[in-house]
Design a protein around this ligand. Structure first.
Ligand code: PMP
Length: 413
């Protein structure tokens, strides 16, 4: 079913904005998504009608807030195919979720000389925590190569797995190339090598159907703010068996069963990993965002983005730019993220000129410096990224802005 984009756009108050005197064209969805009134209202309603701390009070308001908090976890678990909400831990973001695994799981399971395997297409949030772990433990950090500036090199993956890494961590979808990695197949191969698997799903869960049980990942992380939800709420899915065996990451209120002067015992899952007052309104907003996405249907969301991306790739292929990542011939492995370069124009100048036309795109290394500077060989790249409310007309506006770039920077075709 195709999305009714005009109807969807009416739900997003910010899309009525003007930017530099032009109608806003928001194409920076890989950085964060805009919020529909259903999410804004859910957060606002919570503050107006059910605000109280969770798990603590025995009065009606606190019980309402607690019920909504647990319901949010059940909604998340169902949305990504987790067995139960016991596997759903809330953190601030994908970044904090990965750091929690690198600390709470990594510090116990990775020893001197062990291998940790990640890939050359990772976001810093799936690089730096592993670098820090490798330094703490004197472990070896290996990278699966990116071939052709597009896909992970299968043979290199096989060869690095033969080093029996303790953990294999990779992104489901690259935030620079838009490459969709074969998460299920890679997880199976990593498990056969005896590795534990963490998947960074920050760019996948908002944009396509994801089932963590089918993928069989041990850990899977994603962020609320990229999927229409509030900032400050991120999800770590973990297999119950592994989470049960892990010590907590943060200590404090709520995550304990008993506390004595020297020793404490831990609460049950998922509460063992959530110390102190949580982002209750964030959890409620995230559940509202998931409700919104479910109503559209994630298959339809993916199809809409596929159509837009394919259209944009077509237009860009005649626009005198170099497109990075998989192209039109690989649409099944390409998400709605397009980075490109234009000879003679710096990425920041392109983004600035786009901005003067009301078009919001991102330029830089996109928190993937090794990929952008070493593999794409660019100091920075401009990036367009799409979501449910974007239209072909908006892509036309973006492409027309490229003519403006050429005109201002005096670049010949
Ligand atoms: N991984 C990927 C692939 C991302 O695109 C991002 C956000 N740009 C992150 C991780 C980090 O997400 P957050 O900032 O919400 O922690």
């Amino acid at each position: 079913m195709t999305l009714d984009v005009e109807k969807i756009r009416k739900d997003f108050p910010i899309l009525k904005s003007m930017a530099n005197g032009k109608p806003l064209v928001y194409l920076d969805n890989a950085a964060t998504a805009q919020k529909p009134r259903q999410v804004i209202n859910a957060v606002s309603k919570h503050y107006k009608k059910s605000n109280a701390n969770v798990h603590r009070g025995i009065y009606k308001l606190a019980e309402d807030a607690t019920a909504q908090y647990i319901k949010s976890k059940e909604t998340v678990a169902k949305f990504v195919g987790a067995e139960s909400y016991r596997s759903v831990i809330y953190f601030r973001s994908t970044t904090e979720a990965i750091n929690a695994v690198a600390r709470a799981w990594g510090d116990v399971n990775v020893d001197k000389g062990d291998h940790i395997l990640i890939t050359e297409m990772e976001h810093h949030s799936n690089i730096v925590p592993w670098q820090m772990l490798a330094k703490r433990k004197e472990a070896v950090l290996d990278y699966v190569k990116v071939s052709d500036g597009k896909f992970l090199d299968h043979d290199d993956f096989v060869s690095k797995l033969s080093l029996k890494p303790k953990i294999v961590a990779f992104s489901h979808v690259s935030n620079v190339l838009g490459t969709i990695n074969q998460a299920q197949e890679m997880t199976k191969m990593a498990h056969e090598a005896g590795s534990t698997v963490l998947i960074d799903g920050a760019q996948a869960v908002p944009h396509m159907p994801v089932n963590v049980s089918e993928i069989n990942a041990d850990f899977y992380a994603f962020s609320g703010h990229k999927m229409l939800g509030p900032s400050g709420i991120g999800v770590l899915y973990g297999s119950e068996e592994i989470l049960e065996g892990m010590a907590p990451f943060h200590g404090g209120g709520d995550m304990i069963r008993t506390v004595d002067f020297q020793e404490s015992t831990w609460n049950e899952l998922p509460w063992k990993f959530e110390a102190g007052t949580q982002n209750i309104e964030g959890a409620i907003g995230l559940a509202a965002a998931i409700k919104y996405l479910k109503r559209l249907g994630m298959e339809n969301v993916r199809e809409h983005e596929k159509t837009l991306t394919s259209y944009a790739l077509d237009r860009l292929s005649h626009a005198g730019v170099t497109i990075h990542g998989p192209g039109k011939e690989d649409m099944d492995k390409k998400a709605g993220v397009i980075s490109f370069s234009m000879k003679g124009a710096h990425a920041h100048d392109i983004a600035q000129i786009f901005d003067s036309e009301g078009v919001a795109i991102r330029s830089g290394h996109h928190c993937a410096m090794p990929l952008v500077t070493k593999i794409l060989n660019e100091p920075a790249v401009p990036r367009m990224s799409f979501y449910i409310y974007n239209t072909q007309a908006e892509i036309d506006t973006a492409i027309a802005s490229l003519d403006k770039v050429r005109e201002i920077l005096k670049i010949q075709r």
